[in-house]
Design a protein around this ligand. Structure first.
Ligand code: PHE
Length: 360
């Protein structure tokens, strides 16, 4: 068998000259691929006499092994070189001083959540949490909103996708923080005093509505809790939150399936000169929904309604943030405009406390 020496020289040189992995692969195919030159030579072995084959076989195998070995070595060398390149390009001097990017600020929603939490913590409310993707049962049924109840329509719910053929009720993006009432009572039983701040979702978008917004739920259950305590707690809250000495609340009869009786609560205010003032004036601003927890809701959460009773309320965090800090458009809350964040943001290390001041 002739020309093996030539083939050897040709392919070892080609391997050595391949500049990258793609070029190397081309060399491999030309030599050892199905129609590669060395592969074709190996096929010729079949037509040889045993004596010829005894000589040519080992030589061909040797050649193939040698080219294969060279390919492998070159591949490893190319990979090493590429890594070296990267290390050279991506090195970082960790001893350099940090680059100033200006001052970050705390978002008004975070600030107000902290303020609200501090005020209610002061009154003995712990913080409870629940998932944002909620089951139909927690978001609706357990709150006395059965299927076909008209309140379901009012919630403009986002539904999660179901697998084809799955006819169970789909999970939803929770439309309010009220399902956390159920979760907290089921987990802790009564008596209980919790608030539950968090994100909620409804299909709605205008100057005062965004598809995601924030609520804080309040829940107090004991043996003899009444509307009177609800009123006191909310007045205390408003005085502390709006940082005014005088507030006046108005309870307006309303309806929620999960409370009975139910009340929407307005706060007295004035809009003189376009400036909102809380606690004085002739206008009223709705700030929350509330009521006495419905016996069916207690039962759904495993709390005996013949022994326990109490109040619940739900308040829009973004809404009370707009009111306190004079922010006119809710949509701007979620646009991540740095200029807006700098203007309305809060210093990062000022933790709101009731005794130390909430917003100063
Ligand atoms: N979940 C109600 C809403 O989103 C608010 C609410 C909470 C009302 C608790 C009463 C009691 O509108």
């Amino acid at each position: 068998m002739d020309g093996l020496g030539e083939l050897r020289g040709k392919y070892l040189a080609a391997v050595a000259g391949a500049a990258d992995e793609a070029a190397l692969e081309e060399v491999r195919l030309a030599a050892l691929g199905k129609k590669g030159e060395i592969a074709l030579k190996m096929r010729e072995l079949g037509g040889m006499t045993p004596e010829e084959r005894q000589v040519a076989g080992p030589r061909l195998n040797g050649l193939r092994d040698e080219v294969e070995g060279a390919l492998k070595a070159r591949k490893a060398a190319l990979a090493d070189a590429a890594l070296d390149e990267r290390l050279k390009a991506e090195w970082l001097d960790v001893t350099l001083p940090g680059r100033r990017r200006g001052q970050g600020t705390v978002h008004p929603v975070s600030q107000v959540t902290e303020e609200v939490t501090a005020i209610f913590a002061d009154m003995g409310f712990a913080v409870a949490e629940g998932p944002q993707i909620e089951s139909d049962w927690y978001n609706f049924d357990a709150l006395n909103i059965p299927p076909e109840h008209p309140a379901r329509q009012e919630h403009d719910t986002f539904f999660m996708a179901r697998a084809p053929g799955d006819d169970r009720p789909p999970h939803v993006l929770r439309t309010h923080t009220s399902p956390v009432q159920i979760r907290a009572m089921a987990a802790q039983g009564a008596p209980i005093r919790v608030i539950a701040p968090g994100r909620v979702y409804r299909m709605d978008m205008d100057q005062t509505h965004t598809p995601m917004f924030h609520q804080v739920e309040g829940l107090a259950i004991d043996r003899d809790i009444s509307m009177a305590q609800l009123k006191w707690v909310l007045e205390e809250f408003c005085r502390a939150y709006f940082e005014v000495t005088q507030v006046e609340l108005r309870f307006r009869a309303s309806h929620f399936p999960f409370t009975e009786p139910s009340a929407e609560v307005d706060i007295r205010c004035s809009w003189e000169g376009g400036q909102l003032k809380i606690g004085e004036g002739a206008s009223w601003l709705e700030i929350l929904g509330s009521g006495m927890v419905h016996p069916k809701v207690l039962s759904a959460a495993g709390v005996d309604p013949t022994e326990w009773q109490g109040f619940a309320f739900g308040m829009g965090i973004d809404r009370i943030a707009m009111l306190k800090y004079g922010i006119p458009d809710l949509r701007a809350f979620f646009e991540s405009d740095l200029r807006w964040l700098r203007h309305y943001g809060f210093a990062a290390l000022d933790m709101p406390t009731v005794s130390g001041g909430l917003s100063r």
